[in-house]
Structures are given as structure tokens and as C-alpha cells.
Design a protein. Structure first.
Length: 367
């Protein structure tokens, strides 16, 4: 195997696949990237047995086709540190791969490609195309509500659902719930629900740019696959049953108020500075024309903020984890937000005033 290519042509696919490289692996080969040369094209593959990333590059092939695995982190660091637009030549000699660029020479140990694990071939039974910007919006609108290392393993991921002309994303950690749906009249999909693990979701956010280019998505019984012109991403699914979130959607909210999102976000951010670091609780006192926000901590320090609102109902006091509310306000794109409340012990529904695409439910806290 002997080939060469421009640094920039290698760096982009190498960065794409590096997200799937296992950092602290018990299997040494999972720290490597599989290089597969066929004609004038190079395919790079990395996996941690849960995720698989494949990316492509054009090369100047001066030898035979073949496969080899190269240490990912070292190769990436070498490529990053070489000058822009430098030409890198690769040559496999015995068990090592020689890299040369200008006056630089490197020799890296390799592992045989036959030992590299391959995610088995499978057919997606649900297949659709979405704009990258749409799919990214679907995931970014809800991903912060996923649980992290919860014993209820099915919460450590996101439910992706297809139903007719709708795609939904749902995430919950038991204290809050986020739902986003995108309707597309060109879709006609079966009813299907899969749970994509947390690591897979964070990798998809890293891979997708908010552009109006289509990306192909396949849902299988055990995998989700995303195919783009530059990469192929595959993730195993979480084997479990996602809770029926429709049953926990509050239906008794009879108090609705709207306010400027940025103003509310700023006062909550300021109040949170003096909230209890562990529980992050803030108290919201609603009166007809005023919302008073208070927070205190074990050091007996206190923050108090007020904003003017229109709340034509009885006075109401309710406590929340301020981080949960701030996460929602950061995700909503509208200028104004709408809160639907019932009483001090009921969850609140938060959504953008003009856009019903995403809906958020936050449970109250006893303070």
C-alpha cells in the first residue's frame, strides 16, 4: 500500500471519524482507524462497538489496494501539526506505516485490518430524507432533557418516532420532558419508535451543520444510520421501552401567561447565582402584574428579581430547578414564551408563543 494526499483532504474525514474512536478501550484496535484503499479512493472507519463512523477521501494511489489500521489520536495530532496544504505520503512496510511530508518523517505501528470489528450489514425498515437543518433542530430542541447514567437505561437516550408525515424527538430524565415534532408533507412513514443512545445523539449534533442539504436516515430494529455525501454514521439503539410520555402531559393548566424570553432568562440567570448549588431551586411568586423570583442558599444569601407580567388569576407560588427552566429558554427560538400553569404541585408547560413545534414540561420543586 502506497498513496499520498493533501493534508486538508485527510484532516476533514479524520476529524469526522475521530468522534467514534474509543478513548479508554480494553481492545487496542478500537483506538485505531481502519484505512481502506480502493482505486483512487480512501475509506476511513472508526468504531467503539456502539457507534461506527465512515468517511471518505480522494487519494493519489501509487500501489496496491489494501487495508490497514493506524492509531487514530497520534495520526490526528500529526496531521493537525503539519503545515497547511502539505502533501502527506503513506507507505506500509511490514507492520508499520511510514508517513512523510516535506522534511518530516514518521513511523507508526499498525494492527491487522482483519481484527477490526465491523457492524454487521442490516437493512433499515424505515427510510426517509430530511434537511440537515431540520434534523438538527429536532435533536437540539430536546437533547438537554436526556438522562445521564440513570439506572433506567432507556432514559439515557432520545426517542425518535415516525408517524405518517411527522418525525418526533422526545427526551426525559424523569424531572422534565422535551418534545419536538417536524411535519413534512412529502413523508409517508409507518409508526415506529427507536431509542438512540446519548453518545449517538451528541455525535449527530457534532456531525450535522444547520444547512439546507438533505441527509438520508435509516431506522432498523437495532441500529440508526445517517448517510451523507461526506460520511456514514451508524449507532446501535437502546434496547428498551420508552415511557408513555403522553400520559404525563399536564391537561389541567388553566393559567397562561406570556413574557419576553430574553428578559426572563436574564433575571433567572442572575437569581440562580445565589441558589443552592446542589438543588438549584428558585421560587416564582405570581401576582396580577408582577412576577417575583427569589433564590437563597445554605449560606443565608438571597437574590430577588422582579419583572412585570400580565397574570389575571389568583396569586400563585411555585418552585423550580432553575437550570431546567434556563435549558428550555435557551432552546426556544421565539421572542416570547408561553407558560401554562395549574397550581403549586403541578408541572408547567413551556412553549414558544408563535411556534408549536416544541413543547417542554418541567416538574415543580418543593422549596
Amino acid at each position: 500500500m502506497k498513496f499520498s494526499l493533501n493534508r486538508e483532504l485527510l484532516l476533514k474525514p479524520l476529524l469526522l471519524v475521530s468522534g467514534a474512536v474509543e478513548r479508554k478501550s480494553t481492545l487496542p484496535i478500537l483506538s485505531n482507524v481502519l484505512f481502506e484503499v480502493s482505486g483512487q479512493s480512501l475509506t476511513l472507519t472508526a468504531t467503539d462497538l456502539e457507534l461506527e463512523m465512515v468517511a471518505y477521501a480522494q487519494i493519489d494511489n501509487q500501489g496496491e489496494d489494501g487495508k490497514i489500521t493506524i492509531p487514530a489520536r497520534k495520526l490526528l495530532d500529526i496531521c493537525k501539526s503539519l503545515p497547511d496544504n502539505s502533501l502527506i505520503s503513506f507507505e506500509v512496510i511490514d507492520e508499520t506505516i511510514k508517513l512523510s511530508s516535506g522534511r518530516s518523517r514518521y513511523s507508526l505501528s499498525t494492527l491487522p485490518a482483519v481484527d477490526f470489528p465491523n457492524i454487521e450489514e442490516w437493512q433499515g425498515d424505515v427510510e426517509f430524507k430530511l434537511l440537515k437543518s431540520e434534523f438538527l433542530r429536532l435533536i437540539e430542541s430536546t437533547h438537554f432533557s436526556m438522562a445521564n447514567q440513570d439506572v433506567r437505561y432507556y432514559l439515557n437516550g432520545m426517542s425518535i418516532e415516525s408517524d405518517g408525515n411527522e418525525i418526533r424527538s422526545v427526551a426525559t430524565d424523569g424531572h422534565r420532558l422535551a418534545i419536538c415534532k417536524i411535519s413534512n408533507d412529502s413523508l409517508a412513514l409507518p409508526v415506529r419508535q427507536v431509542i438512540v443512545p446519548r453518545k449517538g445523539i451528541l455525535e449527530i449534533i457534532r456531525l450535522l451543520a444547520p444547512v439546507d442539504e438533505s441527509v438520508q436516515i435509516f431506522l432498523g430494529s437495532n441500529h440508526i444510520r445517517i448517510i451523507d455525501s461526506e460520511f456514514t454514521f451508524t449507532s446501535k439503539l437502546v434496547d428498551g421501552r420508552f415511557p408513555d410520555y403522553r400520559r404525563v402531559l399536564p391537561r389541567n393548566g388553566d393559567k397562561v401567561f406570556e413574557t419576553n424570553k430574553d428578559e426572563l432568562r436574564q433575571v433567572l440567570s442572575r437569581a440562580s447565582i445565589l441558589s443552592n448549588e446542589k438543588f438549584k431551586g428558585v421560587r416564582l411568586n405570581f401576582s396580577r402584574t408582577n412576577l417575583k423570583i427569589t433564590a437563597n442558599n445554605p449560606e443565608q444569601e438571597q437574590a430577588e428579581e422582579e419583572i412585570e407580567i400580565d397574570f389575571p388569576y389568583d396569586d400563585l407560588e411555585i418552585g423550580f430547578n432553575v437550570s431546567y427552566v434556563l435549558d428550555v429558554l435557551n432552546a426556544i427560538k421565539d421572542e416570547k414564551v408561553k407558560f401554562t400553569l395549574a397550581d403549586a404541585n403541578s408541572s408547567v408547560v413551556i412553549e414558544g408563543s408563535s411556534n408549536s413545534e416544541a413543547l417542554y414540561v418541567v416538574m415543580p420543586m418543593r422549596l
